[in-house]
Design a protein around this ligand. Structure first.
Ligand SMILES: [Zn+2]
Length: 315
């Protein structure tokens, strides 16, 4: 009996979910002056063209980590993990939104209520009321691909900084390393506040293209990070990295403690002992200015590989 109930429920949910709506772009067009994150064609088909991802395929469907769900397009905070529940429908479900973050609009199909990001108009999914799942009687049925998940900063994580030429390539290797929880690219070491990429390209702000790496010390170590740093770029180059020439592409470890500095020095000594002439600088950490969104996880979005970094085993 229970089984029959679920199969009826599944069918009902399937038909009441976000089915491919008519393309309705008016909401999106109202927000075109903002700067948004780069979207893949797959993300665009849902977020801009109001498509629906296949059920049970979304990356965040079964995510139970504590944190906040952001809009994939504009990074606005939309949902809390505490409001997520399992509706067995194949899409992430929430019974509440962060106040004012989600806008309800009549769907083009004339039946359902569409939900969009109140900040940028991104299509999220649909909202259904009175189904009895939770006491709030509300189910935000959201495409996983419309969301980005930001875990709560976990106690004990370590944040470190490396510069090794074009930050797209540096981040590419760090984000794939075991134990790395999060990476971002930006600028460090200069004298201009909140620099833009264009400003740094002028080569006179003093910044280096830098990658911020957050890792779990229970899984990996600063030594492993330093080894990966040296094994993924040419640390002997003195005028930039690969074809990228300029002070912003120089090699540097930005250390946050004496012990980090000592570990970096240890590996420079090992390399020197192997006959390398190491050009890497050791600088104390300073303000990290995050770069524009389109630089973040660049190769991941582009689906290509770095032109200026490659892994070579040394240690
Ligand atoms: Zn948004």
């Amino acid at each position: 009996m229970k089984r029959i109930y679920w199969s009826i429920l599944f069918t009902a949910l399937f038909f009441t979910m976000c089915g491919q709506g008519n393309q309705k772009k008016s909401a999106i067009n109202n927000f075109t002056t903002m700067e948004f994150n780069r979207l893949t064609p797959e993300e665009e088909s849902v977020i801009i063209h109001k498509g629906t991802e296949r059920p049970h395929t979304g990356e965040l469907l079964n995510n139970k980590t504590e944190g906040v769900y952001l809009c994939k397009r504009c990074d606005a905070e939309l949902y809390r993990s505490s409001d997520k529940f399992d509706a067995h429908c194949g899409w992430p479900s929430f019974d509440d939104e962060i106040e004012g973050a989600v806008k309800r609009v009549p769907d083009a199909d004339g039946r359902r209520t569409e939900i969009i990001c109140n900040n940028c108009g991104a299509h999220l999914g649909h909202v259904f009321l009175g189904e009895g799942f939770t006491s709030k009687q509300t189910r935000h049925c959201v495409n996983s691909i419309s969301l980005k998940f930001l875990p709560v900063w976990q106690e004990g994580m370590t944040k470190v900084y490396f510069a090794s030429g074009c930050f797209w390539g540096t981040e590419y290797f760090f984000m794939k390393a075991p134990g790395v929880k999060q990476t971002s690219v930006g600028f460090m070491g200069g004298h201009v506040e909140n620099p833009t990429y264009e400003q740094v390209c002028q080569k006179n702000t003093g910044h280096l293209e830098t990658t911020e790496v957050v890792f779990d010390p229970a899984v990996t170590s600063y030594e492993e990070m330093v080894k990966l740093f040296f094994e993924t770029h040419d640390f002997t180059q003195t005028n930039g990295q690969g074809p990228d020439i300029g002070p912003q592409y120089l090699s540097s470890v930005f250390y946050s403690s004496e012990s980090e500095k000592e570990i970096a020095e240890k590996y420079i000594n090992i390399l020197t002992g192997k006959g390398y002439s190491v050009a890497t600088m050791l600088k104390p950490v300073s303000v990290f200015w995050k770069a524009e969104n389109y630089h973040q996880q660049y190769y991941e979005y582009k689906g290509t590989k770095p032109y200026c970094h490659k892994y070579t085993k040394i240690f």
